[in-house]
Design a protein around this ligand. Structure first.
Ligand code: ATP
Ligand code: MG
Length: 260
């Protein structure tokens, strides 16, 4: 059976954020990328497809959001400024319930998150995925007619890099263009003396990208304030637009916008 496809793409450009390994910063990258695009004036949507650990609502301070419907048929997305946000978390009755979903059920819910939501006309749709190459990214790639591509997040360690090779392979198999690799948690700048310490090594992401023949988008250092802003639901670039992290991140976003 041919996989089900949406009748039309959810946005002019749809970008998946993937990684092979958990906890490398996908949701952080997805949230800050979406906010950055929306602050630049692009009509942007952010879709969190992580059934087992949806973290976008927490990152954006939107936990406990209940969605409304104007026509009784389709749901209105939650909004952060002009950014439209949907998380599977908004659909779950109890946040602490462990969710047990099988592949086909996930595919159906993900389809609804595209079709039964009033996204309006979007220029960008950023899709945060759970780690790995499972049902969620597969469903998204099969549902969207001609998705624009994937941004792959890794950390500098070898173990994370070998997982990321699998993500790149996944994209190649599905003919999903790899927009590039971001090396997150790449070094730590001492807030006292300004010296950079490479806690997990550095440059692995760039080497791996070049070995695999995919673009390298850049490095993001460990930024203590990202942890506190994530925990307090105040997305970093939204509240710290002048920081050096935000500037580094902006140059990555600029690169992505030029590419697509
Ligand atoms: N550059 C960074 N500096 C400091 N902390 C970071 C950075 N990037 C991410 N973090 C922190 O690391 C943790 C994991 O990040 P995040 O939730 O974005 O990862 P993930 O890849 O989406 O995880 P999962 O696989 O569980 O979905 C969070 O607490 C986040 O605040
Ligand atoms: Mg995540």
């Amino acid at each position: 059976m041919a996989p089900y496809r949406l009748e039309k793409p959810p946005a002019d450009k749809s970008i998946l954020v993937l990684s092979g390994k958990g906890g490398v910063g996908k949701s952080t990258v997805a949230a800050n990328l979406a906010i950055s695009l929306s602050l630049q004036g692009y009509a942007t949507g952010l879709l969190d497809t992580d059934f087992h650990g949806p973290s976008i609502p927490k990152l954006l301070g939107m936990e406990g959001t209940t969605l409304t419907s104007t026509d009784g048929k389709r749901l209105n997305p939650a909004e952060l400024g002009s950014l439209k946000v949907i998380s599977v978390d908004f659909m779950l009755s109890s946040r602490t319930d462990a969710v047990i979903w099988r592949g086909p059920m996930k595919m159906n819910v993900i389809k609804q998150l595209f079709e039964d939501v009033n996204w309006g006309k979007l220029e960008y749709m950023i899709i945060d995925c759970p780690p790995g190459t499972g049902d969620e990214p597969l469903s998204v790639v099969q549902l969207i007619p001609e998705p624009t591509g994937a941004v792959i997040v890794t950390t500098p360690q070898e173990i994370s890099l070998s997982d990321v090779r699998r993500s790149i392979q996944f994209c190649h198999t599905l003919k999903l263009p790899v927009l590039g690799v971001i090396e997150n948690m790449s070094g730590f700048v001492c807030p006292h003396c300004g010296e950079m310490t490479e806690l997990f090594g550095s440059g692995g992401g760039e080497r791996m990208a070049s070995e695999m023949g995919v673009p390298f988008l850049g490095r993001i250092p460990i930024e203590p304030e990202i942890v506190s802003s994530g925990d307090s639901g105040k997305p970093f670039v939204y509240h710290n637009g002048d920081s050096s992290f935000a500037k580094d991140f902006d140059s990555i976003v600029k690169d992505i916008v030029e590419k697509v």
